[in-house]
Design a protein around this ligand. Structure first.
Ligand code: NAP
Length: 247
């Protein structure tokens, strides 16, 4: 009941880490806005399922790669739902390829969707948080943003950008009782890593001390903790969740 009356906006909540996070927040009686771009059916299902379980979810179809329309859509969303207490900037894309063969379009799309859109969404949500003197924001980075990865220069740059954004914003809004943190997942079993062959996944698991890829729920648990009052002395931080891969 400790979250009763609170509203969260989770971007990319129709699949993978975002879906698991939205589900956990709903279980904790948080009203959740389900951000997505393409998966109408999945969004509908989540909203229906929430309502059948006495929880409140609203779908918000906003294509975060569409820089021309995003501000208008976000304004309409905030006008509709009011103040948002918790924001999880989770939506992201990974379009791999060596830099030498990466088109400018692909690089810009990755940076826009993963980094610029997270900053724009935050700008719109932040006003209400500042007024209320309450808020907690979690930005989804990646271990690749800290370590780099061949074939992922644009993705790594976007995720490193998320870490810088998190630190700077944490300093800007700490005095308003708003915390901002980032999560840097390692390899998590979602559609994003679904493109890897079983052989590659086994090789990766063998490099991970806990000997498995992470589950979306593992990351959701961390997101809920960082949003919650239990984490009220943590801000500007990036927490890795990678099964010990960094060791
Ligand atoms: P996923 O399974 O591919 O799901 C991506 C989610 O983002 C979907 O809900 C999708 O909505 C949404 N999305 C994609 N493009 C969008 C757009 N243009 N506008 C709005 N929403 C959009 O991804 P995931 O693996 O859960 O990853 C979630 C986050 O964690 C990402 O930021 C990713 O970079 C990060 N991460 C993942 C891993 C991993 O191993 N999986 C590791 C480190 C970091 P639709 O269903 O409508 O397309």
């Amino acid at each position: 009941m400790r979250f009763l009356g609170k509203t969260a906006f989770v971007t990319g909540a129709t699949r993978g880490i975002g879906k698991a996070t939205a589900k956990l927040l709903l279980q904790n009686d948080i009203k959740v806005i389900i951000g997505y771009a393409h998966s109408d059916k999945l969004a509908e299902e989540i909203v229906k399922n929430a309502s059948e379980n006495g929880k409140q979810a609203t779908a918000a179809k906003i294509d975060l790669s569409d820089t021309a329309s995003i501000e208008k859509s976000l304004k309409e969303l905030i006008d509709k739902v009011g103040t948002i207490d918790y924001l999880v900037n989770n939506a992201g894309i990974a379009e791999d390829g060596l830099l030498l063969v990466s088109s400018s379009d692909k690089i810009i799309r990755t940076i826009n969707t993963n980094l610029v859109a997270s900053m724009t969404v935050t700008k719109f949500v932040l006003k209400g948080m500042i007024k209320k003197r309450f808020g907690s924001i979690v930005n989804m980075s990646s271990i690749v943003g800290e370590d780099g990865n061949a074939g992922q220069t644009a993705y790594a740059a976007s995720k490193a950008g998320i870490i810088g954004f998190t630190k700077a914003l944490a300093k800007e809004v700490a005095s308003r009782n708003i915390r901002v943190n980032a999560i840097a997942p390692g390899f998590i079993q979602t559609d994003m890593t679904g493109v890897l062959s079983e052989n590659d996944k086994n090789k990766i698991a063998n490099r991970i001390p806990l000997n498995r890829l992470g589950k979306p729920e593992d990351v959701a648990n961390l997101a809920l903790f960082l949003l919650s009052e239990e984490a009220n002395y943590i801000t500007g931080d990036t927490i890795r969740i990678d099964g010990g891969l960094h060791l």
